[in-house]
Design a protein around this ligand. Sequence first.
Ligand SMILES: Cc1ncc(COP(=O)(O)O)c(C=O)c1O
Length: 441
Amino acid sequence: MTEEGTKPYPVLHPFTYMPEPSAFDSGSPYIRLCRAQGSWAYDEQNRAYLYATTGATSVGLGHPRVLEAIAKQYAALSFASTCAQSHPLAVPLAERLIRLCGGHYAKAFYSADGSGAVESAMRLARQYWIAAGQPKRTKFVSLEGGYHGTTFGSGSVTHLGIREMFGPGLAECYNAATPNLYRPPVEGKPEWIVSFCLDHLEETIFEAGPDEVAAVLLEPVQGVNGIVPLPREYVAGVRELTRKYGILLVMDEIGTGLGRAGHWTVSQHFGIQPDLLTVSKGLTGGYFPLTATLLSAEMDRLLFGRGGFFLHGVTLSGHPVGCAAAMAVLDILEEEGLVERSRQEGDAMLSELKSRLGDHPFVGDIRGMGMMLAIEFVDCKDSKQPVDDAFSLRLSKLLREAGVLGSFLSGVLTLYPPLTLGQDEARQLTNAVIYAVSKLS
Ligand SMILES: Cc1ncc(COP(=O)(O)O)c(C=O)c1O
């Protein structure tokens, strides 16, 4: 009980505004989901919501094949460490990830969340440079608006207020301009914006010292920043620049990877080979906390070609139940051709939203890639003045009433429906969004 007699609300929610305790007197302000099936989740009053948030649900909720695989694995081996031990699924899953993600990787390192996968990539990059006889390469460069996680390392290359909230993180992390074509750092045609941002990255590398940068980190579509796709030419240019200065490239495909953006990885779609790749959300589809960092054959040779340690990891790394969930999810994605199908479905939804909402006075931009869709709202189309919090609250409420669970951050509605979304459900989703937006005045 607080001094005033109000019982404190006992959960500290991540990334969630926590109002003062009395706000909870009439119950929790947060939606409580009790059950789910396919693309739909149901609250306590049995109201149905199309689940289009977080990007984790690649094969939908409660998929019988995944549940069965998990149950079988729990019965057979409910836990095994991968620290100097293994189990029958650790190697096949790593081999499968290497094949699906482009084939030039040699190993997968398992973590338990996306932040951990990025942290592992940063550690591998540091260790690589020590082993390569360049121990001064300790610095990291990432893009403004980028989101890479919340641990001290991954949080230090993340923007969006994380660093400001906690004070100094990892020393010597640098920011480079992002080629956000809707809110560009410089006015002009896309080619000019890309060229400006590549020049800015090169200047940033020089500011840090070209022989002191360990890695550049990129999200090919900045998810948390409001689904901002990086132009292909920019990503290709970054690969060239990192090669020119001998810097490693980490592609953070935690959000985009394993089908979400309509391709197994956006890196493959763009024809580039990163040195390190992180995958997470779609890997187990939200059924188990398991993520992976893939390292290139070249890095593997130097680090482990003559034997060696990676002095890093977590107790649950490569958990057998997580591996079983991932194998079942990948079976479904591959057998049902869902990566290809969801790309087509995502393209169709994007066109539909553009044609029906493009002229709306509060809609500034509609963008996306595969099953990542975003609508950026503005007060005025010309000035691109962002909408205020009251607008966001009104739209979130309207969307809930229309039966959609999306995410709303900084005036951008983001939608991540499952890759298993049916055609009728896709129509329902776009119609519900269009209906909610049409109610705004
Ligand atoms: C691109 C990217 N990297 C890293 C992370 C961090 O993942 P997690 O929340 O699982 O730690 C996220 C999460 O949204 C992400 O989108």
